[in-house]
Design a protein around this ligand. Sequence first.
Ligand code: GDP
Ligand code: GDP
Length: 436
Amino acid sequence: MALPTVAIVGRPNVGKSTIFNRIVGERVSIVEDEPGVTRDRIYGTGEWLTNEFHLIDTGGIDIGDAPFLEEIRQQAEIAIEEADVIIFIVNGREGVTTADEEVGKILFRSKKPVVLAVNKVDNPEMRADIYEFYSLGFGEPFPISGSHGLGLGDMLDEVVNKFPEKKSEPYEEDVVKFCLIGRPNVGKSSLVNALLGEERVIVSPVAGTTRDAIDSVYRYDGQDYVIIDTAGMRKKGKVYEKTEKYSVLRALKAIERSDVVLVVLDGEEGIREQDKRIAGYAHDAGRAIIIVVNKWDAVEKDEKTMRKFEQEIRDQFQFLDYAPIVFLSAKTRQRLGTLLPAIQMVSENHSMRVQSSVLNEVILDAVSMNPAPSDKGRKLKVYYATQVAVKPPTFVVFVNDPELMHFSYERFLQNTIRQAFTFEGTPLKIIARKRK
Ligand code: GDP
Ligand code: GDP
């Protein structure tokens, strides 16, 4: 189920990122835990009174060289597009400014629930100054201090109060949901259009029904699929949709709802740092993954080109060694036909269960052929394994001491399971437990 989304909006320097960091705190994903990435983080998960939610700092979304007012207008539009509740932050030390009024007007028209927070109210005496903010039309303003951590509880109470009823997925359990993620202009929307135009694809006339996405529902080879729309793929036109930060945001939301993720690369441009970051999110989320190299028509090729590109992908995306690679062209439809069977295949593997008896035969065989190296005189012993979950396939391995299960041995067990049962396209999770 998708978590509610809260967006922080307001002009520069009112304290948006200070408050974002207060709410999200130390919770950082593996992908973001790299130097230089945390600094410009705009998307995180927060929790208040057992309510988990996504939080977006729209101030971190850079709209290129748009003039100041245009930029904050666009950020407000993004908040309206993406969020269930908006926190509108103003500066209690400066009073209502023209820019605040501009943003206020846009938010007001949208009819989205808005919580107005007056920041930099660092001491109780300053609370008298917040009344002028009633004029923005969002009811009672909440005095807060991001830097001192004051008033945030009352503000979040109000935010949580305004959450919509929990929304569940409108599709049956056996429908395969997938999305296409990637940098702007790699050809995601062209690919969706090409896929839906395939001869054997029967597109359902009923478009998806979720609020913030236009899902495409279709049937292929007896199986129902839903394409989860990412960057507003089917209704382009907004300037911010072509910014990288926004494409990450939409990718995260689409990944959350999908079983299978197609990581789309631009064959003409090659691999960029941003491609790896986006793919990393899909891997972290445990989704089945296919790497799609689009625009293959535009690449000058000889008989080695494909193998060279493939090797480069394997070098650059080592964490995706399980993902099949498909080379194609949305434009000429060359090899397009290989994509649907690939989606079908990885989706089946993603939800495959293996028999415990066979699993144990395979694992115990591998362990006896290749025992774990000893660690300070102690040796890992593997007793028994069992599959406890699918999507992704998850295995609990009972051992003498989980501390002795090192990353490389875990990788070895993963590879063993993957090869024995052809788990192509899906990450595998291994959890070491102490045998009682
Ligand atoms: P943003 O541009 O809206 O994201 O604003 P920042 O979070 O970067 O904050 C802008 C400046 O205001 C920084 O120097 C912060 O330290 C400061 N600031 C943020 N919150 C408070 C607050 O509650 N009180 C005071 N006095 N300063 C604050
Ligand atoms: P998105 O931003 O990822 O959705 O990318 P679009 O689908 O809007 O495509 C961006 C540009 O790449 C457009 O000009 C497309 O015509 C072009 N494009 C998309 N797919 C292909 C392809 O397979 N080959 C070539 N040569 N161009 C393509």
